[in-house]
Design a protein around this ligand. Sequence first.
Ligand code: BES
Ligand code: ZN
Length: 608
Amino acid sequence: MNKILSFLVTALLFTSCGAKKDLRVDKHSFSEPHNVRTTHLDLDVKVDFETERISGIANYTIENINGSKELILDANGLRIDKVTSGGKDCAFKLTEKDSILGQGLIIEIEKGAKQVAIHYQSAPNSKALQWLNPKQTAGKKHPFLFTQSQAILARTWLPCQDSPGVRFSYTAKVQVPAELLAVMSAENPTEKNTEGIYTFKMEQAIPAYLMALGVGNLEFQNLGEHTGIYAEPEMIEKAAYEFAETENMLEIAESMYGKYAWDRYDMLLLPPSFPFGGMENPRLTFVTPTILAGDRSLTALIAHELAHSWSGNLVTNKTWDDFWLNEGFTVYFERRIMERMEDKDYADMLALLGKQDLEREVESLGHNHKDTHLKLDLLQRDPDDGMTDIAYEKGFFLLRLIEETVGRKQFDFFLNNYFTENAFKVMDTEEFIVYINEKLLDTDIEAKEKIRLEEWIYRAGIPDNCPEVNSTKFKNVDNAIHSFEKGYPLANINSAKWSSHEWLHFLRKLPKDSSLKDLKKLDTAFEFTTSGNSEILNAWFQLTIPTGYKAADNALEDFLMTVGRRKFLQPLYEALYMKDPLRAKRIYKNARENYHSVSTQTLDAIVL
Ligand code: BES
Ligand code: ZN
């Protein structure tokens, strides 16, 4: 006993007197928020389309927790011209550049300093920014700029403590060319003014990855009392039709998990080069135009981004290793919203498509791969590389398992408290385990043993207690495929009422080695090649590329030249490269300038 005690004491002494312990919780940030943290930002910048730069002053209010002499921010490619505090210049230095993290910006401060202003300029090739020329927009007359800050790109357009655990409120003044409107993840203007100077306010504190700016020839249209859409005039009617149900979604979401914390919920419709489907920038979701199917059939994506207003934006993953806490909860919540918007059958179709994605991802990563754990280990890696369907779909199925085991009523009660008690805070996986055990599972040992939480979180692959999902709708689709395979005419298939999801299932389940003759028959009957639905087109091209179905070639090239959404581009280029590497390279060479850095980073590795 004595021995153990003295060992402990020595160990304690040793750690406290030895080298200064690194208390950083986030391996993807240089900042040390446990010493000095930023609490408010007052941003004053100019957006210059000529030089493709954002420049100006980021003025931070800081809290010095332990009398430190340094404020450390993240920067990547930024030119820092000057730093001032209380009217005086501050000494500063940038650490050596890390290829993933960029640089630490270390600023000497006086102990009592309350404000620090950084005069800076972004680089023309800032990874967060995509500068579009007029041709790349819907209207073809004006340029467009948008940011994408998640996961660690905010630091390429703004010096900041770029860690999800650091929240700050902000105000901003942004100057743009007079014919354009600027919008942010904040309280927004709804009309242009003649000076091109716009002011913004975000009263709730948010992490840097939710900082967002869009600039373009934009108009605003209200959708409901608390919801609206920003888009280029050429697109606004179509978008307003597609997203008309948003106010309804907001009400449903609130009724399930508590009051919406961000006042308004608006959306910004981006040009097709936007690398994601959607991005949950608070108060202003950024959304791809590839979900404008004309029939509101792809709006689960809006439910997803809206759901992040709770899971992610309110209760935030502490580090990118805990990404599943953002995305898994959001997918679960998304499908609950869609169940209320449509019905259980509809939500189950989404879940089944998700299960296919999960199985495909596990197959492609390898059943024993560490990236199939819910809790990731992204040390010395680009967080983007670990952000796979695992967080989304394995996360979803764990939550669905918990729901099915403890009962929906219990689980909803738990989730409600989870969001309320942890609002505007961070959550990591370990804390979550403690929390759910304490609040839900310790009192129901049978459920706890059934769920096997730790296996889901810390082990590879799909646990054998993963919930089954059944869909009569998809069963009908499976039957249709069987009948086609047996040689019955396609006219026998009763597909008149199929939704996008049934078509997607149909295309995914068709044999991968379908003959040219079969594809021709399918195309003649269902006109896939000329579909206006991006999900259907994408799934169709997955068949036409390996088969070499030439009639879809032009449509495929048009798609690749305009759409920059990585989720589509990655599998398409993989298939193309496998079939005909030279063709893949030729198309990519022409199309690459239309893609955001997030997409080219992935695609370069496949095609170049
Ligand atoms: N927050 C994500 C997008 C993201 C993730 C950006 C990781 C950068 C790093 C967003 O909420 C999302 O998940 N978008 C999905 C759509 C969704 C319906 C699964 C997408 O863009 O495909
Ligand atoms: Zn998401």
